[in-house]
Design a protein around this ligand. Structure first.
Ligand code: NAP
Length: 438
């Protein structure tokens, strides 16, 4: 029995997927039962290096999504539309769907999974987060016995590549970005990567799976890496940290000034450049690599590490999804929706406002070189219940002195109030940067 696959898209991931499907030797025997039946592209006249069976290429993607012969539709065109509509059409036509499209899943996942559950088909998305890293399956199945406490990831290879090069070369962001674009590590329009939007899509998906609720993308606090400077990278290094763009979802607690009370329904979910202690496992994840650290009870810490993008790694995840669906179809004994494969949640996770976040901060101030500035900063922080772990006057820049502070755990709202007052101080020229510390 052959399962007929309709591929939507034959770009980087589509071609990688087709390559695996067309070379089953030495892989799992189930691959022999998968047939590339149709492949949808935008431009059929383009020369393609891949040798496909005759007459499979078409520009009519809707015909693939609704073809009664096709068992599994694999959406690899990317973007929001027509990807969303094609996925919904495929579901309505009774097809199982495999997608690598984090943007569509993060925005329209609820609509898509509801439709799939009603129709009794699967929507699989392993490749949508972490490329070849099997993090979706791990959260949905392998870790299902745990109470998840946090998911913390480096989930965007482009920004990790840029930050790693800034760290090793001492170079500034704009310089490394331009070079990364030339080398093909960053898109011509780098917005989705460098502004943290891609990572926000991914942590929304991971949080939904880890914490069993819907996530509104608008609730994900998102800061990118454009403002990270060579000076911050240098200070981080001297203080024993690496700067990483982290995507974090964690159970959080309300801060009442004295003690933190656990409120398990509240989630903190955010993407921002972060000071990561060099001893932390995520600090040594460099270049285009991705890693996701999951903390659960009783498993403790578990880190998944690997290539988060690229034709081969991403296709590895896509094809494993196709094979998982095919394996289920072969036995036809598993009910749909399968309780461990379905992603449908009824309630929304409650998200804690950022002001309530309790974290450490790093801040760099440029101040006029007048006596007592450090004391004034310390007093202002103290007035707002921000206690300082370290304060260093690091150097003089022309008329200005540079002061770097690292705080203890503080409530973000208190820290921001202190900064507002500090900004207005006569002795303070500017707040050059503030970053959260893991
Ligand atoms: P890509 O290289 O740009 O390929 C897109 C493919 O879809 C092309 O074959 C293109 O046709 C086709 N296509 C796009 N819009 C179309 C339309 N409106 N009608 C018909 N065909 C259309 O994209 P990709 O890098 O493979 O990414 C695909 C998906 O995988 C995205 O959701 C992406 O986020 C996700 N993903 C990618 C990576 C990665 O490393 N690239 C990693 C993880 C996840 P033509 O060939 O005719 O242009």
């Amino acid at each position: 029995m052959a399962f007929k696959i309709g591929l939507l898209g034959l770009g980087t991931v589509g071609a990688g997927t087709a390559e695996i499907l067309l070379s089953p030797d030495g892989r799992h025997p189930l691959l022999q039962e998968l047939e590339i039946y149709r492949v949808g592209v935008r431009d059929i006249s383009r020369t393609r290096s891949l040798q496909l069976p005759e007459n499979v290429l078409t520009t009519d993607l809707e015909a693939i999504a609704t073809d009664p012969e096709i068992d599994i539709v694999v959406e690899l065109i990317g973007g929001l539309e027509p990807a969303r509509s094609l996925i919904l059409q495929a579901i309505a036509s009774g097809k199982h769907v495999v997608t690598a499209n984090k943007a569509v899943i993060a925005r329209y996942g609820n609509e898509i999974f509801e439709a799939a559950n009603k129709k009794g088909v699967y929507v699989m998305l392993e490749a949508a987060v972490g490329g070849g890293i099997p993090v979706i399956q791990s959260l949905k199945q392998s870790l299902v016995a745990n109470r998840i406490k946090s998911v913390t990831g480096i989930v965007n290879g482009t920004t990790n590549y840029i930050l790693t090069r800034m760290q090793t070369e001492g170079a500034d962001f704009a310089e490394v970005l331009a070079d990364a674009q030339q080398l093909g590590y960053a898109e011509a329009d780098p917005t989705a990567d460098v502004d943290g939007l891609d990572a926000a899509d991914k942590i929304a998906i991971l949080a939904s799976l880890a914490f069993g609720g819907r996530i509104k993308l608008a609730d994900v606090h998102c800061e990118g890496i454009r403002k990270v400077s060579a000076a911050d990278i240098d200070y981080a290094d001297k203080l024993g940290f690496a700067i990483k763009l982290l995507a974090i979802a964690r159970e959080t607690s309300r801060y009442n000034g004295k003690q933190a009370e656990a409120e398990s329904e509240l989630l903190s979910i955010r993407v921002h450049p972060t000071f990561v202690p060099k001893t932390h496992p995520l600090a040594s994840v460099n270049g285009v690599y991705n890693a996701i650290l999951v903390e659960g009870e009783p498993i403790g810490q578990l880190m998944l590490y690997g290539r988060g993008a690229g034709a081969g790694p991403t296709a590895s995840a896509v094809v494993s999804d196709i094979m998982n669906v095919a394996a289920i179809l072969k036995t036809e004994t598993v009910p749909i929706p399968h309780p461990l494969l379905s992603c449908s949640h009824q309630h929304y996770c409650k998200i804690a406002p950022m002001q309530e976040l309790v974290t450490r901060f790093y801040a760099r101030f440029l101040t006029r070189d007048t006596p007592g500035v450090i004391g004034k900063l310390g007093t202002c922080f103290g007035n707002h219940k921000v206690s300082l772990e370290s304060v260093v006057q690091t150097g003089i820049h022309g008329d200005l002195a540079e002061i770097v502070v690292v705080t203890h755990d503080v409530r973000e709202g208190n820290f921001q109030q202190a900064l507002d007052e500090i900004r207005a101080m006569e002795a303070v020229d500017s707040i050059a940067s503030t970053l959260r510390v893991l």
